[in-house]
Design a protein around this ligand. Structure first.
Ligand code: THU
Length: 129
């Protein structure tokens, strides 16, 4: 299964009764395994989680800490772009050059990188003393 197919399939499972905006994310880990996530909203709105966060959590729970590619899809008029928090989450496990594809369910794709999504990323080097 491709990243696109995986992201599209998991999007169907999104729990988005408040926004009605279903998002699917698929990431390929260093091993080649694909991990998926969907947004999971909550009646206490701030407790909702993004699709990217779910995919990253699944990867880490499976024992992997490096991702080599990401794909995010939604039924949006333009390719869905990861929120600020998810950009930082992706950066934690990716390289700046890691490819991120943002897509619509109607077939539009936009390809970018983690560094383009989050210039000036806060990273471990900032914490060196
Ligand atoms: N959302 C994601 O899951 N990923 C994104 O990249 C953008 C936004 C979710 C969060 C919320 O459940 C819904 O989309 C509307 O913001």
């Amino acid at each position: 299964m491709s990243l696109k197919e995986a992201a599209n399939a998991v999007r169907e499972n999104a729990h988005a009764p408040y926004s009605n905006f279903k998002v699917g994310a698929a990431i390929r880990a260093q091993s080649g395994t694909i991990y998926v996530g969907c947004n999971v909203e909550n009646v206490a709105y701030p407790e909702g989680t993004c699709a990217e966060a779910g995919a990253i959590a699944a990867m880490v729970a499976a024992g992997e800490t490096a991702l080599t590619e990401a794909y995010v899809i939604a039924g949006s008029p333009m390719p869905v772009t990861p929120c600020g928090g998810c950009r930082q989450k992706l950066a934690e496990f990716a390289q700046g050059t890691t490819r991120v594809t943002m897509a619509t369910t109607s077939g539009v794709e936009q390809v970018t990188t983690v560094a383009e999504l989050l210039p000036g990323v806060f990273n471990a080097a900032h914490m060196e003393t």
